[in-house]
Structures are given as structure tokens and as C-alpha cells.
Ligand binder design. Structure first.
Ligand SMILES: CC(C)(COP(=O)(O)OP(=O)(O)OC[C@H]1O[C@@H](n2cnc3c(N)ncnc32)[C@H](O)[C@@H]1OP(=O)(O)O)[C@@H](O)C(=O)NCCC(=O)NCCS
Length: 210
């Protein structure tokens, strides 16, 4: 039995011809635990491991998870956390990483990811952060979507651009590893000049690979 205190603060009903979907968050791990996960949410890891990752992220002090839910089943999600300690971005106190967004292939192409992004960025907390997403083409679902890397890159620039992300140049070697990889950045409205400058300084660190 779900307690009212476990229900996400923001819930939006999204009516599609294929059924009603709820876009909701921030979701706690207690809220996620009894839900099922769609068998096609497998782009990054197996669905069960993905559910575990969502719960772990929700438990982090700075973790944010929003879900797209159909009845008792998670059909999509977006999650944020501090950047990994093995990256340069971790040294900045106000960077949050958009770790992943995924919509089950059964439900794709109906506007769910776009609405999920709009819903999560209506959350004022994110205005205090530089939010980054490091996009590596080896994580993209080229096979499932039938897109090539360049069309997929364009699709992501358009998708994340809807909530203010812009492509930024960087000498991060992982990004430079392939020309389709990219760093997308959204500067929150409340990020002060000092944090902004610290972020700018971080994009180029004069690594040997340029
Ligand atoms: C990327 C992803 C989340 C998009 O989800 P979605 O719910 O289908 O996205 P939307 O329906 O909101 O579509 C957003 C835009 O992308 C376009 N789009 C989505 N899928 C597309 C496809 N297969 N081919 C062409 N365009 C596509 C839509 O037409 C829409 O464009 P518009 O704004 O001009 O109308 C989904 O494809 C996915 O889960 N991919 C695997 C994981 C991944 O790559 N995540 C992103 C990196 S973390």
C-alpha cells in the first residue's frame, strides 16, 4: 500500500491514442519498488538492472528520477545525478548530469520524452545547476530507431534543445573519440557568474587530445 508521502510531487496526465500515461517525479525508491518495468527498457542495461539503477539514483541525495508510467508499469524515465568521480565535471559544485532518458520502443515517437523533459525542467531546483549530458554514440539505439549516427545526433539535439540544452565544444577526450559524440549543456537561470566561469574553464583543460 502506497503512502501519500511516497507519491511524487509533480504528476501530469498525458493522454495518447494508445492510452493514458503519467509523467511524474521526483520518484523515491519506495515509490519505484512496487512498479513493474517495461521489458523493452533495455537500451542501457537489462530492465531489472535499470529499475535497480533508478532506485539507487533516487536514493542519492542529489539524485532526481522522473518516470513515464502506464498503470503500474514504468515505460520511460529520466534520471540525474552528480557526474562520476572519474570525470572532470565532478570537480564542479553545481554540475548535475542528465544520466539517461529512455522510452520503451513500444511507446516511442509519441512525444513522451519531450513531455518528460518539459515536466522535469519545470522543477525550479534544476535552475540552480549547470546540467550536462555527455552523449556517446555507442549508447544510442541506432538499430531500434533505424537512424544513422548523424540523424540520431540531430534527433537528440532537437529533443534536448526543447528545454534549452545547447551543444558545447570541449576537449574531453571521450567526447572527442568520435565526431558524433557531443556534450550538451543547459545553464540554469540561477547559476551565478562564478559557477558559470568555473564551468567554462572546465570545458577546455588543454589535454593532449584536441
Ligand atoms: C531518444 C528517445 C528517448 C526519444 O523518445 P521519444 O519518446 O520517442 O521522443 P519524442 O516522441 O518526444 O520525440 C522527440 C523528437 O524526436 C523525433 N524522433 C523520435 N524518435 C525518432 C525516430 N526514430 N526517427 C526520427 N525522429 C524521431 C520526434 O519526431 C520528435 O521530433 P519533433 O520534436 O520534431 O516532433 C528514445 O528514442 C530512446 O529511448 N532511445 C534510446 C535511449 C537514448 O538514446 N536516449 C538518449 C541518450 S541518453
Amino acid at each position: 500500500m502506497l503512502l501519500d508521502s511516497e507519491r511524487p510531487e509533480n504528476i501530469k496526465q498525458f493522454d495518447l491514442p494508445t492510452g493514458t500515461v503519467y509523467l511524474e517525479g521526483p520518484a523515491s525508491s519506495d515509490y519505484i519498488a512496487p512498479l513493474l518495468i517495461n521489458a523493452k527498457l533495455s537500451n542501457f542495461r537489462s530492465p531489472n538492472r535499470q529499475k535497480e539503477a533508478l532506485m539507487l539514483t533516487a536514493n542519492l541525495p542529489e539524485g532526481i528520477v522522473y518516470l513515464a508510467r502506464r498503470q503500474k508499469e514504468i515505460i520511460g524515465y529520466i534520471m540525474f545525478h552528480y557526474p562520476s568521480q572519474y570525470t572532470r565535471w565532478n570537480r564542479h559544485p553545481r554540475i548535475l548530469e542528465l544520466g539517461a532518458i529512455e522510452v520503451s520502443s513500444t511507446w516511442q515517437h509519441q512525444g513522451i520524452a519531450s513531455e518528460l523533459l518539459k515536466q522535469v525542467f519545470a522543477n525550479n531546483t534544476l535552475e540552480e545547476y549547470v546540467v550536462i549530458t555527455t552523449e556517446f554514440h555507442w549508447h544510442w539505439d541506432l538499430k531500434g530507431t533505424g537512424l544513422n549516427v548523424w540523424s540520431y545526433q540531430k534527433m537528440l539535439i532537437n529533443l534536448f534543445g526543447k528545454v534549452g540544452f545547447k551543444k558545447r565544444r570541449t576537449d574531453d577526450p571521450e567526447i572527442l573519440e568520435h565526431p558524433a559524440n557531443m556534450l550538451l549543456v543547459r545553464i540554469g537561470k540561477k547559476v551565478n557568474k562564478i559557477y558559470l566561469k568555473a564551468f567554462e574553464d572546465m570545458t577546455y583543460q588543454h589535454s593532449l587530445v584536441r
